[in-house]
Design a protein around this ligand. Structure first.
Ligand SMILES: Cc1cc2nc3c(=O)[nH]c(=O)nc-3n(C[C@H](O)[C@H](O)[C@H](O)COP(=O)(O)OP(=O)(O)OC[C@H]3O[C@@H](n4cnc5c(N)ncnc54)[C@H](O)[C@@H]3O)c2cc1C
Length: 546
């Protein structure tokens, strides 16, 4: 793939395209890929470079004025070709049926589309991401060739759930990085630009049609892009920021006639629900740890956890949330020591040498399992922590607005006022106590509870996990959403939005598989509506597509 540096393009240049895609994360690249080799001329615009630069790493990113956020801003918005897949952990799962439903106890819940509309695309997305079977419920036991556990948790209370990890096909120890994967292919109709921050969406006077995009590779230097269609795929915070900051025609920004852009910001609040010590680790991991599936010369890794059952969510009016195990490795874990030695990152070479060879039989057995059988090695753990991710109740006051502070292009950075409600806290507390009760009942013993749970209270402090969602939410009604069911701005006929910002609610599932599924769905819509054999011929510049 040919990639150009926008800083090398003469200021004042105008570039034309059929389709401009702003952002090269999983959403933008999945859409671009669908046009490989077609006659649609695609321009991809990425504000970062091919690698993360020191300036970008040091830049402020956004201003946080709400619930504390622990993730570094540069991680929440990775400015690099490939977007946040540059630093993600590859964990994937589809959404549950209940996630799409309008639930009377969850304000603003309900997607205008159902799971059946997304499922065919999630299978395609799983293939694109080179995942194993796209199955996440108890059917997975069959696929793994294991009997369903005899002493199981009550299905009225807890639902078994699985996740899997998208890994690089050539380097299985690495998670799938969308950027390098994309760049290894060629397509003459696709032109990618790096160092190409889009700073303005320019519309006609009515504000209903995009006329051009302004790119500002350096202060005072502007390149204009004139596309027929633009897709905004800048990530959950930046999609809202760019719409709000494009104030030439309307002071409220583009697509914001009903003051909805930036509202309903959600993440997946994370908290620990308890832990097990090293002694119980093996038994608990055998039941709720990682499982491997060997298929077509590849090893797929699944993790098994437990979620609140839909029945209990309905009965007790709770949100969808799930718990999974995180290993806290021992300082003298031989495999971590070996990895540090191998990657020459060991700060204490001799100590790591001693750790690596302390148990030679374990070393030989582990290497055999890893290289002959393709299985993961067993690490030495100090504790196993039950972490939990909870979806959020959409809240219009949890929002992204524009800060007084400006970035290097002179654009206002995003001000993030993230809010967490009592419903999230109540849902997590319920999951924690049911988990303890059910794990004790099936013989694994209850985990050691955190202080808030032992005292019978509600959790206070959560951490964010860099999954910003909901800021350009989807609805059939322009009074309640920024984009329609096909991800087109209600207000502007030729601008679409891709990424988690269109999700009306966020499930507990990590978002990227859903992001890629929705991106493929959008690509199909664009092909058929705007660029199909008849649509492309019928296209008249200046006309707003029906
Ligand atoms: C540390 C970490 C771990 C994660 N782990 C997981 C996980 O295990 N599972 C999971 O599902 N998700 C995970 N995520 C989240 C996942 O990375 C995101 O959901 C996903 O990358 C979002 O894809 P996207 O294409 O919508 O946006 P992004 O990946 O954010 O990409 C947006 C791109 O657009 C560019 N851009 C933004 N604005 C502009 C502009 N104005 N002009 C030009 N370019 C612009 C940005 O530079 C960026 O490259 C993790 C994220 C982080 C940070």
């Amino acid at each position: 793939m040919q990639v150009r540096d926008m800083r090398m393009v003469a200021p004042g240049t105008t570039l034309e395209a059929d389709l401009a895609i702003i952002g090269t994360g999983p959403a933008g690249l999945s859409i671009a890929r669908e046009f490989f080799g077609s006659r649609v001329r695609v321009i991809l615009l990425e504000c970062g470079g091919l690698a993360e630069s020191r300036e970008v790493a040091a830049s402020e990113g956004f201003e946080s004025v709400g619930a504390p956020r622990v993730r570094e801003p540069r991680l929440v918005r990775n400015r690099v070709f490939g977007g946040s897949s540059h630093s993600w952990s590859g964990k994937c799962r589809t959404f549950d049926d209940i996630d799409f439903e309008r639930r009377p106890w969850v304000r603003f819940s309900g997607w205008p589309i159902g799971r059946e509309d997304v499922s065919p695309y999630s299978d395609r997305a799983a293939e694109l991401m080179q995942l194993g079977p796209n199955v996440y419920d108890h059917e997975m036991w069959n696929i793994l060739g294991k009997a369903r556990p005899k002493r199981d948790v009550s299905p009225d209370l807890l639902m078994p759930c699985f996740w899997q990890f998208a890994r690089d096909p050539k380097q299985p120890m690495e998670f799938l990085r969308f950027g390098p994967h994309f760049l290894s292919q060629t397509a003459e109709n696709i032109q990618a630009y790096v160092h190409a921050p889009v700073t303005q969406l320019c519309t006609d006077e009515s504000g209903r049609r995009l006329t051009s995009l302004e790119v500002t590779p350096a202060p005072g230097r502007t390149v204009r892009i004139v596309p027929k269609i633009a897709v905004l795929a800048g990530g959950g915070l930046e999609n809202a920021r760019l719409l709000l900051a494009s104030r030439r025609t309307r002071a409220s920004g583009v697509g914001n006639q009903n003051d909805l852009v930036g509202r309903f910001l959600m993440d997946h609040p994370r908290i620990s629900l308890g832990h097990y010590g090293a002694k119980s680790a093996r038994a608990v991991q055998a039941r709720l740890g990682l499982f491997q599936l060997r298929q077509r010369n590849r090893t797929h890794v699944y993790s098994h956890g437990l979620a609140l059952s839909p029945a209990l969510q309905r009965q007790k009016q709770l949100l969808n949330c799930a718990a999974y195990l995180s290993e806290h490795r021992s300082e003298d874990d031989p495999w971590d020591a070996l990895k540090r030695l191998y990657t020459r990152s060991s700060p204490r070479y001799l100590t790591d040498m001693r750790r690596a060879v302390a148990d030679p039989m374990n070393l030989v057995e582990g290497l055999y399992q890893r290289f002959a059988k393709g299985r993961n090695v067993r690490h030495k753990v100090d504790r196993l922590v039950f972490d939990c991710l909870v979806e959020q109740q959409p809240d219009p006051e949890s929002r992204v607005t524009l800060s007084e502070r400006r970035d290097e292009q002179g654009q206002p950075i995003a001000r993030v006022n993230w809010k967490i409600s009592e419903l999230e806290k109540r849902s997590v507390a319920e999951l924690a106590s049911i988990l303890a009760q059910e794990l004790a009942r099936i013989g694994l013993g209850a985990p050691i509870p955190p202080a808030w749970l032992a005292e019978g209270g509600l959790p206070e402090s959560f951490t964010d996990v860099a999954h910003p969602t909901g800021t350009t939410r989807m609805s059939d009604d322009p009074a309640h959403g920024v984009v329609d069911r096909n991800c087109r701005l209600h207000e502007v006929g030729n601008v679409y939005v891709a990424g988690s910002s269109v999700f009306p609610t966020a499930s507990h599932a990590n978002p990227t598989l859903m992001i890629v599924s929705m991106a493929l769905r959008l690509a199909d819509w664009l092909k058929h509506t705007h660029f199909g054999p008849t649509a492309a011929e019928a296209w008249k510049p200046g006309a707003v597509p029906a």
